[in-house]
Design a protein around this ligand. Structure first.
Ligand SMILES: [Zn+2]
Length: 176
């Protein structure tokens, strides 16, 4: 009660003095945890885990973890013979396919996995042709073995999760 009055008084004094009240927020917000289920990724389970770890090593506001038993995953990962592709439902949620079409063409598997997770994290395709851009996807040469997001891409993901960016449901195809 007294504290409430004191803080109200203090606020009034600060307001009268014309000072700006700076809200710093919590020192370090906990990252948002997204659970992924790789149990249906067939021969690609290890590379799916690798793709998740790549993101975990580059961003702080979100982390990708294998789904614990009994919990509904945010992300489901599958494998089939088509192109790798992602179906997002909202920021941090959706499903993606490790498509053998690109694998058989020789695209670097960890890059595919990290790229598809990138869509789930709110990044669109960005066909710059540059290997240094993860989201350039198949526009970069098939010989590209960079599986890490650029600093800009990582910063965008951190911003997406800090601000809870609105991402529409979309389909992204890693076409060759
Ligand atoms: Zn893509």
């Amino acid at each position: 009660m007294l504290l409430k009055k004191l803080s109200a008084l203090l606020f009034a004094i600060v307001a009268m003095a014309g000072l700006q009240v700076v809200t710093t927020g919590p020192a370090a917000a906990a990252p948002r945890i997204l659970y992924y289920d790789a149990s249906q990724a067939q021969e690609f389970v290890a590379v799916v885990n690798q793709g998740a770890q790549i993101w975990n090593s580059r961003v702080t506001n979100v982390q990708l973890q294998p789904v614990p038993a009994g919990r509904t995953p945010n992300i489901r990962v599958y494998a089939d013979n088509g192109w790798p592709r992602t179906y997002t439902t909202s920021l941090g949620n959706g499903r993606w396919y490790m498509g053998r079409e690109a694998v058989n063409d020789g695209y670097y598997q960890p890059r595919i996995a990290a790229h598809e997770f990138g869509h789930i994290l709110g990044l669109p395709d960005n066909r710059t042709g540059r290997c240094s851009d993860l989201m350039s996807g198949s526009s970069a040469p098939v010989s590209c073995t960079n599986a890490y997001p650029s600093a800009t891409e990582a910063a965008t993901v951190n911003t997406n999760f800090r601000t809870s960016a609105t991402v529409p449901a979309q389909v992204f195809v890693f076409a060759g």
